[in-house]
Ligand binder design. Structure first.
Ligand SMILES: Nc1ncnc2c1ncn2[C@@H]1O[C@H](COP(=O)(O)OP(=O)(O)OP(=O)(O)O)[C@@H](O)[C@H]1O
Ligand SMILES: [Mg+2]
Length: 262
């Protein structure tokens, strides 16, 4: 896989091009806090590099250097946009199977690499949830939808360990056809606010369904500070990418990731 900045794609908006130009002097340093959960017990032993590769996850070894560098670069740029505050990032594919979930998972992992940060990946693809399978998590205690329907269950039950230190998952939960009504609810917004505000070093990543064919991606973008659009390299045409990008508030658009789906 290679990732390219939007600089090379003249079809995309000026704003997007700007965002992916390197920001001189920006580092990945973030906030630290006495409320940090960075050193919290992650519950299970950390996964070995081979296990991480099986989950299509970056790690620190040389073999996936190019990919991990690409994700670290996206992390740096998002942090430059976010300033000192933690934030919510929506990751969505232009069209189904272009790699949105792959990118969302690895962006969350890249943030968790930083020992001063934690990340929370939330599977918001209610029709085709995939993160629990990809990460080998058994969502026996339910997920996002179950909690939204029965808040009395408590949020702690749906925060699952992943085997990657400082990376937690909220699986989608019981499959649903129509996510829009949940995502536009007051309760969903309140849940995200409380998850983000509880720990200042926690970064949230929403894995949404593809932009093409569902209004959910746009509805979810209302809840996010930033939006990352994933284009399947050689799959999504420049026209399709421009059309997809036009769904979002330009002020939230962090950029387009070109993903080589194998
Ligand atoms: N760059 C990559 N390297 C390795 N595997 C990849 C890469 N991109 C995608 N994949 C794999 O391709 C498949 C489809 O990717 P993914 O599920 O991320 O796409 P998606 O856009 O989220 O699809 P959906 O429309 O189902 O939500 C997955 O098995 C994923 O692990
Ligand atoms: Mg997906």
């Amino acid at each position: 896989m290679t990732m390219k900045s939007t600089e090379s794609d003249s079809m995309l908006s000026h704003h997007t091009e700007d965002i992916f130009k390197p920001h001189a002097g920006v580092t990945a340093a973030g906030t630290s806090s006495s409320h940090s959960i960075a050193r919290m017990d992650d519950g299970i032993n950390a996964l070995a590099p081979l296990q991480l590769e099986q989950r299509r996850l970056i790690h620190r070894e040389e073999s996936v250097r190019q990919q991990s560098d690409a994700f670290r670069e996206i992390r740096t740029r998002l942090l430059a946009m976010g300033g000192l505050q933690n934030f919510v990032t929506l990751v969505v594919s232009v069209s189904p199977r272009s790699g949105g979930s792959f990118v969302a998972r690895n962006m969350a992992a890249a943030f968790a690499f930083d020992e001063a940060k934690t990340s929370l990946l939330i599977d918001c693809n209610l029709r085709y949830p995939s993160q629990h399978k990809a990460l080998g998590v058994d969502p026996a205690k339910g997920g996002l939808i179950d909690f939204l329907e029965h808040p009395v269950l408590g949020i702690a039950h749906i925060l699952y360990h992943t085997g990657v230190p400082r990376l937690r998952l909220i699986p989608a939960g019981t499959a649903r056809e129509n996510g829009g009504e949940y995502f536009s609810s007051f309760r969903m917004r309140a849940v995200l606010d409380s998850l983000r505000c509880r720990y200042v070093d926690r970064y949230l990543f929403l894995d949404g369904p593809a932009i093409k064919g569902s209004p959910d991606a746009r509805i979810l973008s209302e809840l996010a500070d930033f939006v990352v659009v994933v284009a399947g390299y050689g799959r999504d045409t420049p026209a399709a990418i421009s059309q997809a990008v036009a769904n979002f508030d330009p002020g939230k658009l962090a950029g387009v990731v070109f993903n080589h789906v194998p």
